[in-house]
Design a protein around this ligand. Structure first.
Ligand code: CAA
Length: 283
């Protein structure tokens, strides 16, 4: 089956990045969200981000115009029904994701592949509620999507080989690299990355170092492009906490205990860049 049309659910940070890279790679993209201003903001962000690539000579102005012309938006989830591939990139809450798949199912063609960009939730469990667990996979992009090379492919227990092969080919067409993960809490990238961030928060909590000294240490001492606390602000502290909770609950090991300071920041609404305040102040 040749995938041509892609339905993306959720026009936030991840959804608009996913729409951006698929449109540039020649796919027709239908982007869905529940609010018109989210869709408007997403289109403006995609335009701005592709323009950065034009300014740096990585994309031609013609390719930009064609890509923008391949993206349509809709507030109606059923409009995504005829898509060859669905990528759910909504809020990282299992009930929200389940509701989206429940609503979409009656409108889908039988061959449509379903994916979730979840960063930690069980693919097997999400797939089990659908009518096609063999055509369901985790399709995990990294932020910022247009820049990051990796896409994690996560097979649920029932995912079949043709579905895996199809998505691997899509990743190659996007010019990205796939890594395969079995379906265990937080998969590979976040199983390793988020506990590192949590440990950085403990390092701050215990007074071992300041925000600046922790970030400088990892940037200059381990060649990380961002320090762990700056990266936590970039990912969103609520997302980091949600992933730590998935690891803590799913693996039942105290080494995944979320740092109380991380919990406190989230309770305060200090979620990082998106709320203008996290470990750094962006106001
Ligand atoms: N769209 C298009 N291009 C973008 C972009 C975007 N949204 N954001 C950055 N860029 C481009 C810039 O135009 C620039 O291009 P050139 O190389 O051609 O000049 C390049 O990316 C670098 O950007 P900047 O010069 O603005 O800034 P930088 O050098 O500080 O890099 C960064 C920014 C790429 C974000 C870098 O700091 C980085 O790699 N940080 C780590 C990001 C990371 O770890 N992401 C994974 C998070 S975990 C995750 O996503 C999984 C999860 O589930 C939580």
């Amino acid at each position: 089956m040749a995938i041509r049309t892609v339905g993306v659910v959720g026009a936030g940070q991840m959804g608009n990045g996913i729409a951006h890279v698929f449109a540039l790679a020649g796919y027709d993209v239908l982007l869905n969200d529940i609010a018109q201003d989210s869709l408007d903001r997403a289109l403006a962000t995609i335009d701005r981000n592709i323009e950065r690539q034009v300014a740096r000579g990585k994309v031609s102005p013609e390719a930009k115009a064609e890509a923008m012309g391949r993206i349509s938006t809709t507030l109606m989830l059923p409009d995504l029904g005829p898509s060859d591939l669905i990528i759910e990139a909504a809020t990282e809450k299992e009930v929200v994701k389940q509701k989206i798949f429940d609503e979409l199912l009656p409108y889908l063609a039988p061959q449509t592949i379903l994916t979730s960009n979840t960063s930690s939730i069980s693919i097997t469990r999400l797939a089990s509620r659908t009518d096609r667990p063999e055509k369901f996979m985790g399709f995990h992009f990294m932020n910022p999507v247009p820049v990051m090379q990796l896409v994690e492919l996560i097979r649920g227990i029932a995912t079949d080989q043709p579905t895996y092969n199809e998505l691997k080919a899509v990743v190659e067409k996007l010019g990205k690299t796939a890594s395969s993960s079995e379906d265990f809490p937080a998969f590979i990238v976040n199983r390793i990355l988020i506990p590192m961030i949590n440990e950085a928060v403990y390092t701050l909590y215990e007074g071992v170092g300041s925000v600046q000294s922790i970030d400088t240490a990892l940037k200059l001492g381990a060649n990380h492009p961002m320090g762990p606390l700056e990266l936590a602000d970039f990912i969103g502290l609520d997302t980091c906490l949600a992933i730590m909770n998935v690891l803590y609950d799913g693996l039942a090991d105290t080494k995944y205990r979320p740092c109380p300071l991380l919990t406190k920041y989230v309770e305060a609404g200090w979620l990082g860049r998106k709320s203008q305040r996290g470990f750094y102040d962006y106001r």
